[in-house]
Design a protein around this ligand. Structure first.
Ligand SMILES: Cc1ncc(COP(=O)(O)O)c(C=O)c1O
Length: 366
């Protein structure tokens, strides 16, 4: 007999829809009877080159010390990040699991029942989930047709209960950057904390992290899951004002980043060749996909492109691609994204060719 005791669960949890991840290779192999080795995974914006070999070696070297807790302040890792970001260590916090852990920590720190957070949609789903789990109420505002953001609309959505404004740049799933002028306008005119998610910023032409020096209400979130190819290690970090970093570490889980992950992160930061190569193939591949996919492809500053397959439905097209062994992400699970968008991670040139040929075949079939 199964027991169920929903009265023990916080009420706000029942308002949360489960996070929808990209499909796994195992799932697609089993559903479509495909050989795992033939499947290409372009649904979760991972690094198609894999992790830096130096990070892999650091993991192997760290393995014998798995019985020891990592340092609580992750100082060695933060020092490496300090060199990489040119910020003092006092402005940097390590986070796990991934940047999601940073979002959780901030919500634990700031959100009480009834507090509001502003989320321009469509965007990354976890802001809503993290806020709701703490009793927060998301206030959604719509992006423009081309996914740009009107800073005035953000400011108009603010109330006395607003605690955090979540902005994503480049935005997932649309790939566009938030202009610095828009961000400054929001920062200057809000009482709330502004969180800018720069998960994909290494693939972009510019970043806004320097503004943390100027504004005491800006936090920038970063991750090792994308350009550094360490999604499986769940490693992230935040750049934030010192006053907030001091409070954040009280609310965040202690030892949230494992010792092997810290060591691999440091090695990945130092592997400049792997970083450069990843950025180069991504930028080239992004242009190729934009030019060759025979549907509307939005300009992207990230390691993915957004394709509008209208008048077809994203789910149907994604299914055709998945049957061919290409895992992509139909965006119908993104709030307010409609039913015709597919997000595809930029892969290796061979994978990108396969993507283009498959889209051409879809176009011919309809
Ligand atoms: C915009 C954005 N932010 C944050 C994350 C989560 O990053 P992490 O893997 O570090 O938790 C993702 C993951 O895909 C993302 O797309």
């Amino acid at each position: 007999m199964y027991l169920s005791r929903p009265e023990l669960i916080k009420k706000e949890i029942f308002d949360i829809s489960e996070y929808v991840p990209g499909k796994s290779i195992e799932e697609i192999a089993s559903v479509y009877s495909l050989d795992k080795a033939s499947i290409i995974k372009l649904g979760s914006n991972e690094n198609p080159l894999g992790p830096s070999p130096k990070a892999v070696q650091a993991l192997i070297d760290a393995a014998p010390y798995a019985n020891i807790y990592p340092s609580a302040d992750a100082l060695e890792f933060r020092e490496a990040l300090s060199k990489y970001t040119v910020f003092p260590v006092s402005n940097i916090v390590a986070s796990g699991p991934g940047m999601d852990g940073l979002l959780d920590g901030l919500c634990r720190l700031m959100i009480e029942k009834g507090d509001e957070v502003i989320i321009p949609i469509p965007t990354f789903a976890y802001y809503e989930l993290a806020a709701r789990a703490c009793g927060g109420k998301p206030v959604f505002i719509r992006r423009n047709q081309n996914f740009s953001l009107d800073p005035q609309k953000v400011l108009e959505a603010e109330s006395s209960k607003t605690k955090i404004i979540f902005l994503c740049s480049p935005n997932n799933p649309s790939g566009n950057l938030l202009p610095e002028s828009s961000l400054r306008k929001i920062l200057k005119n809000t009482r709330a904390l502004v969180f800018v998610d720069e998960a994909y910023v290494e693939f972009a032409d510019r970043n806004i992290v320097g503004l943390v020096q100027e504004y005491d209400n800006l936090v920038v979130g970063r991750t090792f899951s994308k350009v550094f190819g360490l999604a499986g290690l769940r490693l992230g970090y935040g750049i934030l004002p010192e006053w907030l970093a001091k409070e954040y570490i009280k609310a965040a889980t202690p030892f949230s980043v494992s010792f092997p992950a810290l060591k691999a992160g440091i090695a990945a930061l130092l592997d400049v060749e792997h970083i450069r190569k990843t950025i180069k193939i991504t930028r080239e591949g992004r242009e190729y996909l934009k030019k060759k996919i025979p549907f509307k492809v939005y300009p992207s500053q990230a390691n993915f492109v957004l394709v509008d397959v209208a008048p077809l439905k994203a789910k149907a097209v994604a299914e055709i691609l998945m049957k061919k062994g290409i895992i992509v992400r139909p965006c119908d699970s993104f709030r307010d994204a409609g039913e015709t968008f597919i997000r595809i991670t930029v892969g290796t040139s061979e994978q990108n060719k396969k993507v283009v040929n498959s889209f051409k075949a879809v176009k011919k079939e309809v």
